[in-house]
Design a protein around this ligand. Structure first.
Ligand code: ATP
Ligand code: MG
Length: 361
């Protein structure tokens, strides 16, 4: 594995505040990695230590195996798109985007071609002569993006580069950016607190919580196998339930949640000898039927308490007879499945694979 960026036990303190706490991270060459986490968890601080605008309190930053912890930003082949654009106000769009290439003395025809391609990618054709003050926030963000990409650094750090764009443009740019990253082979370290963006764009996602990497993996691992309650709740929705372990036999274990409901789970994910566990169940994994189905290992009854229309899906609040509240999501108007409404009684079915054992965090 070619490691492009490596963080070794990196810690950053601001006074007594611990912003980044002992982070170990290896980013492969050509990888698209996303740092995902709530506001204030240390994402920007991590990026700034990779680019050199911030120095770790302890630990080391390596680029292609070389320790650059004390090297200034301009000595690193890393470009950063800042959360706050940082465009040159006196320069036009064209001049802003071509700035890095002019510094590198790239020949004029090549420069014009690369700038033209970058302008087209961010859909700013016709605005080349404007100054940043004559642009909207989303347009400025796109100039910042084009300016960084045009230089084709080995590593590009992107701090919420799409946050100011409307949903439609944002989706278009997600596709374009991902395609460009693959084509140019640039290593992307991308910051967002939009979970859907992280899931669709990334080769791997590092979920950050309070300055630590809580879990790292591909989108499917992070979504389907969250390790902690924090990851389960931060990426998508989750029903978190406390359960008592009743018995184990082979690869299955029988557990009991509130109200005496018994479920079958995968025993291998339970700690040996544990008598209790936390379960995470995604709302769309609860199979709701009007009749009891034998194909599922676990089944219990509930009624629909509330129905929320979400467009492609319906979100339902379920209440078991024992009073336990659960959230379920069903596809809207899916064929073969009767529509469910408030007041309806339903059978809730689960497979062991759809129940994930998580740790408290
Ligand atoms: N220069 C600084 N001095 C003191 N505290 C700082 C400094 N920079 C960041 N912090 C604190 O460190 C923590 C992490 O900040 P950081 O900017 O990395 O968060 P973030 O994950 O990027 O958040 P957001 O999603 O809101 O951009 C925050 O609590 C912030 O207040
Ligand atoms: Mg930030």
């Amino acid at each position: 594995m070619d490691v492009m960026v490596e963080l070794r036990a990196v810690t950053k303190r601001f006074g007594s505040f611990l912003a980044v706490n002992e982070v170990d991270l290896q980013i492969k060459a050509g990888e698209f990695i996303t740092l995902l986490g709530p506001s204030g968890c240390g994402k920007t601080t991590l990026l700034r230590m990779i680019s050199g605008f911030e120095t770790p309190t302890t630990g080391a930053v390596l680029l292609e195996g070389k320790d650059v912890t004390r090297e200034p930003p301009y000595r690193r082949d890393v470009n950063q798109v800042f959360q706050s654009y940082a465009l040159f106000p006196h320069m036009t769009v064209q001049e802003n985007i071509s700035f890095g290439l002019r510094m590198k003395k790239v020949p004029r025809p090549e420069m014009e071609e690369r700038v033209g391609a970058a302008v087209a990618m961010v859909s700013l054709g016709g605005m080349e002569r404007r100054k940043p003050a004559q642009l909207s926030g989303g347009q400025r963000q796109r100039v910042a993006l084009a300016r960084a990409i045009v230089c084709r650094p080995k590593v590009l750090l992107l701090d919420e580069p799409l946050s100011a764009l409307d949903a439609k443009l944002r989706h278009a740019m997600q596709v374009e950016l991902k395609a460009l990253q693959k084509k140019l082979g640039i290593t992307f370290v991308f910051v967002t607190h939009d979970q859907e963006e992280a899931l669709t764009m990334s080769d791997r996602i590092a979920v950050i919580n309070k300055g630590r990497v809580e879990q790292i993996g591909d989108a499917s691992q992070i979504y389907h196998r969250p390790k902690t309650t924090f990851v389960a709740n931060f990426i998508g929705q989750a029903n978190i339930l406390r359960a008592a372990v009743l018995s184990r036999s082979g690869e299955r274990a029988r557990v009991q949640i509130e109200g005496g409901i018994e479920l079958l789970v995968n025993a291998e994910h339970l700690a040996p000898g544990a008598d209790s566990a936390l379960l995470s169940i995604r709302p769309e994994k609860i199979a709701l039927r009007k009749e009891r189905q034998a194909a599922f290992e676990s089944c219990f009854e509930a009624h629909v308490e509330e129905e929320l229309f979400k467009g492609a899906t319906d979100q339902l609040r379920l209440r078991t007879d024992s009073g336990l509240a659960l959230t379920a999501v069903v596809a809207n108007e899916s064929s073969g499945q009767a529509a469910l409404h408030a007041g309806d009684r339903v059978f809730c079915h689960l497979h062991p694979d759809d129940i994930v054992i998580v740790h408290e965090a």
